[in-house]
Write a protein that binds this ligand. Sequence first.
Ligand code: FE
Length: 230
Amino acid sequence: MLSRAAEYALFSRMKNVVFTTAFAAALAGCGDRDTASAPAAPEPAKPSPSIVTTTEPEPSPVRVTGDPAQPKPAAKAVQSVQHEPIMKPTNAADPKIVKTEAEWRATLTPDEYRILRQKGTERAFTGKFDHHFKDGTYVCKACGTPLFLSETKYNSGCGWPAFYESIDNTVDETRDASLGMVRIEITCKKCNGHLGHIFDDGPNPTGLRYCVNSASMDFVPAEKKPSAAK
Ligand code: FE
């Protein structure tokens, strides 16, 4: 009987050993399987791509967020469109005649060039228009732009042709501090040719005196005005 009890005890011990060994093996196997199933773990990682796939629909919202990137080029396009209208009026408002000094020298006499292009002054009482009072229009000698009407000309006694008014929008005025005094220089608006200076000691109705070099002007008689206007 004892031997049977011993057998039973031995059997139960062996059973425990076998069970423990099997369990330990199972645990060890699980570890291996975990490692083996580790590659399977990436598979669950695949679901994450599926999450990316879920994120893919988000890209559309991301594209919406990325749209600002697209709007930028669109904004650039708008800016470039804005530059065009800025340039157009600039070009339209600058019809000045531009020539090289060689070209001016070729079209003007030495005296005209010195006065018109180098801001010179003819000697007083020597200009051909100082005592010239015919009806017509005084034009720029360099470019032909009408500058003064004969009805605005008067004898100032200063030695140079004088006018109390210029034709609208044809003469520019610039501060001139040369020769130790401050004066207002007048130039042809279209070609920048030097005309003379303007003073505030003129007659009515303006009280101004446009003191102009004869060499800076040409004269177009009234009867020829229509053809000169062309
Ligand atoms: Fe001119």
